[in-house]
Design a protein around this ligand. Structure first.
Ligand code: FCB
Length: 466
């Protein structure tokens, strides 16, 4: 599938397939101190020297908060049926708990109403990494109470928007919000812990379970799921040390969260491996049954896959939760994006088939993120001709179509991202959008990929109504 397939017609996806684009609050909204928003862990993290490329912050980002109508019109012109966004917890509850900030809720009311006016289905993520700072000061996700804090916040949002949002996502990529935030320390709040980092992953899942229970109790008519990112990892060689290292890396990158959500267990290979650094005392009786609460759909974020080889392991005393004695690399010979991520359309097909074959109780899947960063630029004629991105989406969609053909219940695809935005530790240095954003002026410029995606969606809809 690495050959150029773009001249061949795109396979038809099932009728009603939901075509969309995705964003998240901290990455696009800006207006960081406006209308009563409290600080999040990303506001403080960005201000720590050396954490984020170029010292960038999300203070202004795409200024989406002030350009809401313009962005809604861009979505409408694109012809998407769905838009995935996230709600900023610190806009709703500036201190994480307690006092509600009505102006924060008003913003999301305007967003949701604006989507409905344009016939676009809202898909709202409750947690896309922007934990209120005040809660981090109380231990953040290390504190078991975080599950209840999250469920209280979720209940409030269900009450305000539950009648108008058909798709809810509790957490975005909990592996990043736990292991890479409290273990490797790459993401906010940037801590490097062992046992406590594994506990954050557990508390996030408890929060997910409590939010799902609150959603059911609210009687809201929509559906609820969780978004997991999977990064399948195979051994770089058949050396037994590499094989064992890859099994651990794969268990973290693909199995820790889906196993918990769909089977109520953590992968044994990691439970055994973590014994020297954790007694798992944070897992209380009944927790795993609660975490296994049925959900309506799985949100899948898929970008890349890896090969792993064995690496040195620090002593248990100095080990963090992401020290697995493994180093993950780009598969040999793979084409890469400018993020250095492998372009693996066949991996997309394979991960969808793997999910279907591994979890008998798997609900329908929505791809809630997939996309690529390239060295885009505005050319002398004022256009962004991002042909590499078009080819990327084209090939990944063909991979997804093969999985659908093989019987995978895939219901929708959301490209990441609607527009260029604050790419976490990469700051504004990486562009994944269908729309170019000029950060000096805030001007939006649809790229060639925007028009390509628009035409592809229109062609799919024409097939639907045949
Ligand atoms: C995912 C994140 C999303 C974006 C993409 C590129 O891990 O969920 O916010 O940064 O990667």
């Amino acid at each position: 599938m690495t050959q150029n397939t773009m001249n061949q017609p795109m396979p038809t996806f099932p009728p009603g397939f939901l075509w969309g684009v995705a964003t998240s609050a901290y990455q696009i909204e800006g207006a960081a101190t406006e209308d009563g928003r409290g600080p999040s862990i990303w506001d403080t993290f960005c201000r720590q020297p050396g954490r984020v490329h170029h010292g960038d912050t999300g203070d202004i980002a795409c200024d989406h908060y002030h350009r809401l109508e313009e962005d809604l019109d861009l979505l409408a012109d694109l012809g998407v049926g769905g838009y995935r966004f996230s709600i900023a917890w610190p806009r709703i509850l500036p201190n994480g708990r307690g006092r509600v900030n009505q102006r924060g809720l008003d913003f999301y009311q305007r967003l949701v109403d604006g989507l409905h006016q344009r016939d676009i289905a809202p898909m709202a993520t409750l947690y896309h990494w922007d934990l209120p700072k005040t809660l981090e000061d109380q231990g953040g996700w290390r504190n078991r109470d975080s599950a209840a804090w999250f469920a209280d916040y979720a209940s409030l949002v269900f009450e305000a928007l539950g009648d108008r949002v058909p798709y809810w996502i509790t957490l975005n990529e909990p592996v990043c919000a736990s292991f890479y935030s409290y273990g490797s320390g790459t993401l906010a709040p940037g801590l490097r812990l062992g046992h406590d980092a594994i506990a954050t992953a557990h508390h996030l899942l408890l929060g997910h379970a409590e939010a799902v229970a609150a959603f059911r109790a609210s009687g809201a008519p929509g559906q609820i799921g969780i978004t997991l990112n999977l990064g399948p990892t195979s051994p770089a060689t058949d050396d037994p040390a590499d094989v064992a290292a890859a099994a651990r890396a794969d268990a973290l990158a693909t199995r820790w969260f889906p196993d918990a959500v769909f089977t109520g267990e953590y992968p044994k290979v990691l439970l055994d491996f973590y014994r020297p650094i954790s007694d798992f005392s944070f897992v209380h009786d009944g927790d795993m049954e609660r975490i296994r609460v049925p959900i309506d759909f799985l949100g899948l974020n898929f970008y890349k896959s890896w090969v792993a080889r064995a690496a040195e392991l620090p002593s248990p005393r100095r080990r963090t939760a992401t020290d697995l004695g493994a180093v993950s690399e780009v598969p040999p010979g793979a084409e890469v994006t400018n993020f250095g991520w492998a372009v693996v359309p066949e991996g997309f097909r394979d991960v969808l088939l793997w999910l279907r074959d591994t979890y008998p109780n798997l609900p329908p899947i929505y791809v809630t993120e997939n996309g690529a960063s390239y060295d885009d630029y505005v050319d002398p004629t004022g256009q962004v001709r991002d042909t590499e991105r078009i080819s990327f989406i084209d090939r990944y969609l063909r991979g997804a179509a093969q999985a659908v053909e093989a019987g995978v219940d895939l219901r929708g695809y959301f490209y990441w991202s609607m527009m260029d935005n604050f790419e976490w530790v990469e700051g504004y240095g990486k562009r994944l959008g269908l729309v170019w954003v000029d950060y000096d002026t805030g001007r939006r410029l649809p790229k060639a990929s925007y028009y390509w995606y628009r035409d592809m969606i229109a062609a799919q809809h024409a097939q639907d109504t045949r």
